[in-house]
Design a protein around this ligand. Structure first.
Ligand code: GTP
Ligand code: MG
Length: 335
């Protein structure tokens, strides 16, 4: 283990919170944007119901999980309660319907890992991806949204980390870096680990919400209004948390042996998950367990080149947070 993990935080960390909070505030979407998203969803519901009267539309991803910054695209899931459907056929049919209603840039991507229809609504200017029966994503969206209710520092940290990852080009899964979803899980795990803890482990508590999706039982404590103030014994400022987050991923995390797990509120060993060697394309060079699909490593996209890029970016960020007089500028510098 690198000794830098033991380093003491710079003494002037306190004065750095204001600029980080200013960045966070500037990324929060305006109410007006939310209204436009609702409007588009209503339009889509109307169109979909004509063809599939029993179908339902759900928002998922960053437009619904509280981690969406301003001007994001929206992710929609079309739920059709029929196991016999052919997804490609449905997507092509859906694309047809949308096209006839003057939605723009309509495209059915039937061969993608997650098949979708893409579209742009000329009235609101919002772009949208629609997938079919991806209900696990709807449920993990709820989990993230519920965590966000507990302590505002999660949303602040996640906005800053996502903004950093986009600025530095390390939020591109097809290039072997991590998804936004993975970064948010890293933030939740990190705040579960602080002492005193800033976030609880909702899946380790009494189960007040439970659904079974694709044979996976998704259950956890979702009465998060009862957890308000959970993290208040921990007084760490946002600047200190940003510092510690990057310090952890640069020097503290044991990449060789550990898996981060929001489900257990802890780290577990790669050995235990049998994630110690490469199987097919899954190399497990950085391991982030999906909270519900526990066989799913969100770090699976990372390869031997991109792991180097990622770790160098974590180290760069940690150095800036420790030494730079004005870290908010350098940290988000375009790569
Ligand atoms: P931005 O669009 O970058 O703001 O973030 P996002 O939260 O929409 O993230 P992303 O586009 O990476 O993913 C959209 C949603 O799909 C996530 O919020 C998850 O609900 C879901 N998702 C993404 N990747 C995975 C995955 O590998 N497994 C599962 N189960 N769900 C995923
Ligand atoms: Mg998205």
């Amino acid at each position: 283990r690198n000794l830098k993990w033991q380093i003491e935080c710079r003494a002037d960390i306190g004065r750095l919170s204001a600029p980080f909070l200013a960045i966070y505030e500037s990324l929060i979407p305006a109410e007006e944007e939310k209204a436009k998203q609702k409007k588009l969803l209503t339009l889509l519901e109307k169109l979909v119901c004509k063809e599939w009267p029993d179908a339902r539309l759900y928002l998922y991803g960053s437009c619904a999980n509280s981690f969406g910054v301003s001007k994001s695209d929206i992710d929609v899931c079309l739920a059709i309660n029929d196991s016999e459907i052919n997804k490609s056929e449905v997507l092509l049919k859906l694309a047809d319907i949308l096209q006839s209603d003057n939605l723009q840039n309509v495209q059915a991507l039937t061969r993608a890992r997650v098949p979708i229809v893409k579209l742009m609504d000329p009235v609101t200017g919002i772009s949208c991806d629609i997938c079919i029966n991806n209900l696990l994503a709807v449920v993990n969206t709820k989990l993230l949204r519920d965590y966000a209710q507990i302590d505002v520092r999660l949303q602040q940290l996640a906005f800053i980390v996502k903004h950093w990852a986009k600025s530095r080009g390390v939020n591109v899964t097809y290039q072997g870096t991590l998804s936004s979803y993975a970064y948010v899980l890293m933030c939740i795990h990190f705040l579960q680990q602080r002492r005193p803890a800033i976030l609880p482990c909702l899946q380790g508590m009494e189960k007040t919400y439970s659904v079974t999706v694709d044979d996976i039982e998704c259950a956890y404590f979702d009465q998060v209004d009862k957890l308000h103030g959970f993290g208040s014994r921990n007084k760490e400022s946002i600047a200190r948390l940003v510092w510690a987050f990057f310090n952890y991923w640069a020097y503290g995390h044991d990449y060789a042996s550990n898996v981060i797990s929001v489900r257990t509120g802890s780290t577990i060993s790669k050995q235990e998950k049998d994630w110690t060697r490469r199987i097919g394309n899954d190399r497990h060079l950085i391991c982030i367990e999906d909270p519900f699909e526990v066989t799913h490593d969100l770090g699976r996209v990372v390869d031997k080149f991109s792991i180097k890029v990622l770790r160098e970016e974590f180290e760069r960020a940690a150095e800036i947070m420790q030494h730079d007089p004005n870290p908010c500028v350098k940290l988000f510098e375009p790569y």
